[in-house]
Design a protein around this ligand. Structure first.
Ligand code: FES
Length: 166
């Protein structure tokens, strides 16, 4: 895909994707970063984004879908402005991760992979997010919050709600 070809991405992202495919010995190696950047811009990976990325790399849409279905951080449906991922894997579970997830469900009024009606928060129960030493841990978009208690979690959510102006 050349710079003059129609793209659904912003000019900045299109240029970034053009460059990414040149950085690896095999074009396909650029797939995951391309998907992440596209998701950051669009909020989730639309059919059109999947199609364009497949075209840019020179693989099939099925190849792209096979990869993106493997990674839980890649999504094909919209989420809230703040996507709250609560780890309930072993280290976090032993330090109250499950209770924290239940607390978030009650506080936000939504369940696993659901979004609040105002679109501010979505919630997801996830496997280890690599912050076991500071369990229980939660990731909100790209921010990590650790050593959480239900009270500390309330403060975290209130802070994001304030940022959202709600
Ligand atoms: S088990 Fe929760 S961050 Fe590793």
């Amino acid at each position: 895909m050349t710079a003059t070809t129609a793209t659904l991405f912003s000019p900045e992202l299109a240029a970034r994707l053009d460059k990414l495919v040149t950085l690896y010995p095999v074009r396909r190696s650029a797939l995951v970063p391309m998907l992440l950047y596209a998701q950051d811009e669009l909020g989730y990976l639309t059919d059109a984004a999947i199609s364009e990325i497949a075209q840019r790399i020179g693989i099939t849409e099925l190849d792209v879908r096979n990869v993106l279905s493997y990674y839980s951080m890649l999504r094909t449906a919209p989420v809230g402005k703040y996507h709250v991922q609560v780890c309930t894997n072993i280290s976090c579970m032993l330090r109250g991760g499950q209770e924290l997830f239940e607390h978030c469900k009650n506080k936000l009024g939504v369940g696993h992979k659901q979004t609040t009606p105002d679109g501010v928060f979505s919630l997801e129960e996830v496997e280890c997010i690599g912050a076991c030493c500071w369990a229980p841990a939660v990731q909100v978009n790209y921010d990590f919050h650790d050593n959480l208690t239900p009270e500390a979690m309330d403060a975290v959510l209130d802070q994001y709600r304030k940022q959202a102006g709600k």
